[in-house]
Design a protein around this ligand. Sequence first.
Ligand code: GLN
Length: 416
Amino acid sequence: RMFDGNMDKSDVWSIFTPANVPPNCINLGQGFMNWSPPDWIREKAHASMDSDVMSNHYSHPRGRPRLIKALSKHYSPQFPNIVARGEDLKPEEIVVTAGANCGTYAALVAHCEPGDEVILFEPFFDQYFASIHFQHAKPVYVPLHPPTGDGVKSGADWKIDFDELRKAFSPKTKAIIVNTPHNPVGKVFSRDELEKIAQLCIEFNVLCLADEVYDCMVYDGLEHVRIASLPGMWERTLTIGSGGKSFACTGWRVGWLIGHPTLVGATLAAHSRLVFCTNSPLQEATAIGLEGAEEHNFFPDQLRAYEERRDILCSYFDELGLSYTRPEGSYFLLVDMDPIKIPESFETPSFCTEGGRGKDFAMCWWLAQDIGVVGIPPSEFYCKEHEKIGERFARFAFCKDPELLHAAGKRLLRLK
Ligand code: GLN
């Protein structure tokens, strides 16, 4: 099958995976943590696998009842509309998926027809692009306009032009993907921005896929607004969440979608044909995490630790005098690498240039080889026509311990 754009090349994650870069590299590329979920989750999870035969077998395709219940308890208070109705999220409003990624894919399978259009804010998490194409649907791009000028910027400086957004909507628009906190920019969409997006969704009768997998990482007391809770949006929004991001277990592949039973039901039907259900023992483990989070003050402590990690990594780019977007949320730092030049003697391998790849691939490959720090080239998060906008940046993940971030920072200071 032929696709336009990037589908014929190796994906960025396979190129910059730990197995593919020098072994002593510090990997700030793909967003995975260098720690495991807390002992109190892992110990109870092992015990449940040993003591409960059924935790080793198929789950109900909607998800294990214990996890559904824990999700309902955890999320209901976070949706002002659910609080207002006075009844917690019901099982038919939740589906557990094989990671947020497969959940998003299942939602697109369930809701998109060939020829439908799906609006994406650009840059966008690259999996969306492929997942839309596999439905024979068409991505329509709306830029998050990068800030201009040097210095430290904020996620809020990446602006949406609402006339441009309106023009992207058409009778063919089936869905829009709204990713807040945003990967790779670290932007947390404001209430005002989300209200304007919501108005267009309602006017054009469009489904909203709200990718909120970084909802536990919203910094500096900023408000994380759930678009599903805005008037008229519950009926047309699927909110996507991630166990891997929330509890530091990205390999567990436990995610979920929350929304109106009709939207969730169709997604469940698609998901159950893709994988039937996601793995059972780690659904139990995720439920254990949600059940115990309050007792262990888990989410507030984790948030503070992430703010500290963000500040550590930012401090090295301050020292280097490179401009960057200070993340309002997520665990990604987007740095303007334009002033840095790759030494002429460095031989860029062909996979960094194939298919007219952006110069950021060469930059990140050189950083990995010669500086010993892995970042992700963000042109992968742009469509082919717009990838030039992204190629001046590199994305660094700060979901690492302070010691490792300091070690990476010290290596990066060699760029001075
Ligand atoms: N969300 C992760 C990141 O952006 C990557 C997930 C994946 O590799 N598909 O780093």
